[in-house]
Design a protein around this ligand. Structure first.
Ligand code: ADP
Length: 254
């Protein structure tokens, strides 16, 4: 099999004296969907943020598409990347947060147009064409001119997904994308994510939506207390968990 698109080895992260990640390994191959499940506080979000340099790891290595995250080898030694270099790495990784973080003073369309124009130097006309297609893809063609405050949480999150996709990322990271939504709005966001998965988008998803993970994930990773307790196909990890901690968690969720 080819090199994974995301490869993490022995990733450690501390906040002060608290060790939040205690040696995480992960392989995500191109086109795969990996769901990170586990109790609150187990380190899932922190790990996701490490992949995207929103947190700096204390030990271990992460590669995205063959490039070390946050580090570069020069003169036979590893150096921290500059802020500018980190920003360049992050361009190729889309991230969707629990809170949608749309620009409130911009329409849905303008939110999606902004980054390709400002960061990639795409012409505004091209960016608008592509943004229109993306809004269509997330089912919001008729909402292009609305401002975030005029949209439901589910619609805002779909705009946020379109905005991330506008940068044509190699990888999409989702950090509990439905947990801030009213229950009746969760389905429309998951439906968009299911379509992305079906289209071959490489995705790492932190979620409490066990049914989504069961149906969509190629690999489920169950974390607890900063370690991976169990990983594998959803039919195994969710359908027939080996570890007591996984069973206890799933019993609470289902
Ligand atoms: P999960 O996503 O599994 O709920 P998190 O990665 O959010 O877990 O958090 C793991 C642990 O790290 C928690 O104990 C949390 O309080 C702590 N933590 C997360 N972010 C910070 C931070 N910026 N500073 C200090 N502690 C943090």
């Amino acid at each position: 099999m080819s090199e994974p698109l995301v490869k993490a080895r022995n990733v450690h992260k501390n906040f002060g004296h608290v060790e939040v990640l205690k040696g995480i390994d992960l392989d995500v191959h191109a086109g795969q969907v990996v769901c990170l499940l586990g109790p609150s506080g187990s380190g899932k979000t922190t790990f996701l943020r490490c992949i995207n340099s929103l947190e700096r790891i204390d030990a271990g290595r992460i590669w995205v598409d063959g490039d070390l995250v946050g580090l570069a080898e020069r003169d036979g030694r590893l150096h921290r990347l500059t802020d500018k270099e980190i920003a360049r790495q992050r361009r190729d990784i889309g991230m969707v947060f629990q809170r949608f973080n749309l620009f409130p003073h911009m329409s849905a369309l303008e939110n999606v147009v902004e980054a390709p124009v400002k960061v990639r130097g795409v012409s505004r006309a091209d960016a608008r064409r592509r943004a229109t297609e993306l809004l269509e893809r997330v089912g919001l063609a008729d909402r292009a001119q609305n401002y975030p405050a005029q949209l439901s949480g589910g619609q805002q999150q779909r705009v946020a997904i379109a905005r991330a996709l506008a940068m044509q990322p190699k990888l999409m990271l989702f950090d509990e994308p439905t947990s801030a939504l009213d229950p009746e709005l969760v389905g429309e966001v998951l439906a968009v994510m299911r379509e992305l998965a079906a289209d071959g988008t490489t995705m790492v998803v932190v979620t409490h939506e066990v049914a989504f993970a069961r149906d969509v994930a190629d690999q489920v990773v169950f974390m607890d207390g900063g370690v991976v307790v169990e990983r594998g196909a959803p039919a195994d990890v969710i359908g027939n968990p080996r570890e007591e901690r996984t069973r206890a968690f799933l019993a609470r969720m289902l």
